[in-house]
Design a protein around this ligand. Structure first.
Ligand code: UDP
Ligand code: MG
Length: 330
């Protein structure tokens, strides 16, 4: 341990240096274990720290657990959202409420070992704006998930210009300027990996071994991962939208050539009727292609609609441990 325990951070003139941001959704069973690992790390940091928990509309006893943690340690702050908004938005809420010079988002399920945090902080003090904690291997993920992830990253790299770091998740340290840059991105579709890469800044990486989830199970179903992949691509590339003009042009040219051939053949050989099979194949194929392209437009249009409505990203039900509207709902 380096020095005496720092006192609780207060918003008036004595902001925290390090903010740990933890989105939690129905983590009642694992929170105590998480805190047991995080607390010694906080103590070893030897700087003013705060821990901002975002209760993402949990339906179990998570909030009560958080309140008892706050009772133990006043550096714990709680933002309770009005419903489940999803991890990415919960994280954004956390960034909005954290006021440290450096902010470290971390999962509550201990898949991100808190023991890595001092290393992140050390690299930050050495002058990096972003220190990414890279998972060393993905042994805890299923084969299918790993394959899907690898495919996604290859497609994503092809279609966009943002340099997304593979295997880099939300576990990282970001300096204040990075956090402010992220907070200025107003989009509702929050594909964090892409947003992190988009803002840029100097970054370094630190490796850690990911651990299996401690309690409960991951909330990411394959369907959710698919939605996430679509969010990522539609947020950073309009290629799927534009490719149809090229596909259409190619088909039109081919149709023109084939049409010319048919006319010439009719003139030379007279009329003959067969060709039902080829006709059906073409109609079905083109019909499918048209529906697909409409679907792609729909994916974009839906997201444009979401943005145009300009609803707030999240609704806070209660803030606990903040000067502004303490305890008051809304
Ligand atoms: N989480 C959240 N809202 C959600 C889903 C998850 O705040 O809708 C939190 C969850 O409590 C955990 C972190 O996000 O602290 C990571 O969740 P999970 O382990 O389910 O995701 P994975 O590790 O599979 O990416
Ligand atoms: Mg997890």
């Amino acid at each position: 341990m380096l020095s005496a325990l720092p006192g609780p951070a207060t918003r008036d003139g004595n902001p925290a240096e390090i903010s740990i941001v933890v989105p939690v959704y129905n983590e009642e069973a694992g929170l105590a274990a998480f805190w047991a690992r995080l607390a010694p790390v906080l103590a070893s940091l030897a700087c003013r720290a705060e821990v901002v928990f975002i209760d993402d509309g949990s339906s179990d006893g998570t909030l009560a657990q958080l309140l008892s943690l706050r009772h133990l340690d006043p550096r714990v702050r709680i933002v309770s959202l009005s419903r489940n908004f999803g991890k990415e938005i919960a994280l954004s809420a956390g960034l909005d409420h954290a006021d440290g010079d450096a902010v470290v988002p971390i999962d509550a399920d201990l898949q991100h070992p808190p023991e890595v945090i001092p290393e992140l902080v050390a690299r930050w003090r050495d002058g990096s704006d972003i220190v990414i904690a890279l998972r060393r291997d993905r042994a805890t993920d299923s084969l299918l998930r790993r394959a899907a992830s690898s495919l996604f990253h290859r497609v994503f790299a092809r279609m966009t210009t943002v340099p997304v770091v593979r295997d880099a998740g939300d576990f990282r340290l970001m300096s204040r300027p990075v956090v402010e840059a992220l907070r200025r991105l107003p989009e509702r579709t929050r594909f964090m990996k892409g947003l992190y890469a988009w803002v840029g800044f100097r970054q370094t990486t630190v490796s850690y071994d990911i651990e299996p989830r401690l309690e409960g199970r991951s909330k990411w179903s394959l369907w959710r991962l698919w939605r996430l992949a679509l969010d990522g691509i539609t947020s950073f590339s309009s290629l799927p939208l534009k490719v149809w003009s090229v596909v259409g042009l190619a088909f039109a040219l081919a149709a023109l050539a084939y049409g010319g051939y048919l006319v010439a053949r009719t003139i030379v050989r007279g009329i003959d009727v067969p060709g039902y099979a080829s006709l059906m194949v073409m109609i079905l194929f083109l019909g499918g292609l048209q529906l697909l392209s409409l679907g792609v437009i729909g994916e974009y249009l839906g997201r444009v609609y979401d943005e145009v409505k300009a609803r707030p990203l999240y609704i806070v039900r209660q803030r606990i441990g903040f000067d502004r509207d303490d305890q008051s709902p809304g």
